[in-house]
Design a protein around this ligand. Structure first.
Ligand code: NAI
Length: 213
């Protein structure tokens, strides 16, 4: 059964936070937690937590709370974290290197198989044991290595070209850091998730100045 069916986007967006906290609890050898305790840690109300988790099955037990490991495993499965995703990073500059060096992604199953750049000074460098290859090899690499996710970290004006190449080679997901709305053909079987740190920063600035009006 597809457990994500009929689950609202708002709930799906909250799942990574549950996942992060449950992982932390497991690392601290805590094996059960009530919705009230989870609520104090996570910042959602206890009733919100119960409602969210009820979407996916019958987890909590009255008077016992949640079994942390069971819940963690279930949420991992819903988040699609029960397999290894092969990724490539295109653009091995500041952001590309930061992602490659962030070991958490690897721990939760996103394995960087290749990095690509256009700059001869960067090509050949090893970032966290992955050699940066010339962008000219990307097409071939994607075709042969069955890559699941392309991480776009190139300047804005090169992002669409890279995106087209990823789609052409049947990559299933794009994690896009370039500040551009990528054009995706309607029939493309691909999911795009954009990351814009600046939007978060501007939200912060707005909230800090919410007495303006
Ligand atoms: P950077 O200049 O350090 O790195 C970009 C890399 O892409 C360079 O190494 C460059 O040689 C390479 N490159 C350029 N054209 C290429 C192509 N056609 N194929 C392969 N590689 C190519 O830039 P930085 O700071 O890492 O930013 C990368 C992208 O991320 C930019 O589009 C930037 O605007 C964006 N950005 C996004 C943020 C976000 O929150 N989403 C935050 C900061 C930057």
């Amino acid at each position: 059964m597809d457990k994500k069916k009929n689950i609202s986007m708002a709930v799906i967006k909250r799942l990574p936070k549950y996942h992060r906290y449950l992982r932390e609890l497991m690392e601290n050898d805590i094996d059960r937690i009530s919705s009230k305790e989870l609520s104090e840690k996570i910042g959602f109300t206890a009733s919100q937590i119960r409602q969210d988790l009820n979407n996916f099955g019958d987890f909590g037990q009255q008077g016992y709370g949640y079994n942390v490991k069971e819940l963690y495993n279930e949420i991992s499965a819903i988040l699609g974290l029960t397999k290894i995703y092969k990724t490539v990073i295109i653009g091995a500059g500041n952001i590309g290197q930061a992602i490659a060096n962030y070991t958490y992604f690897d721990k939760v199953g996103f394995s960087v198989q290749g990095m690509f750049d256009i700059n001869p000074k960067i090509i050949g460098l090893k970032i966290n044991d992955v050699e940066v290859l010339d962008i000219d090899f990307l097409d071939d690499f994607l075709r042969k290595d069955n890559i699941d996710i392309g991480i776009i970290c190139v300047p804005k004006n090169s992002a669409q070209k890279v995106c087209d190449m990823l789609i052409r080679n049947k990559v299933k997901g794009i994690w896009n850091f370039a500040p551009v709305d990528l054009q995706i053909p309607e029939d493309a079987q691909i999911v795009v998730e954009n990351v814009h740190l600046s939007e978060s920063l501007l939200t912060l600035s707005c909230l800090m100045n919410d007495d303006i009006n």
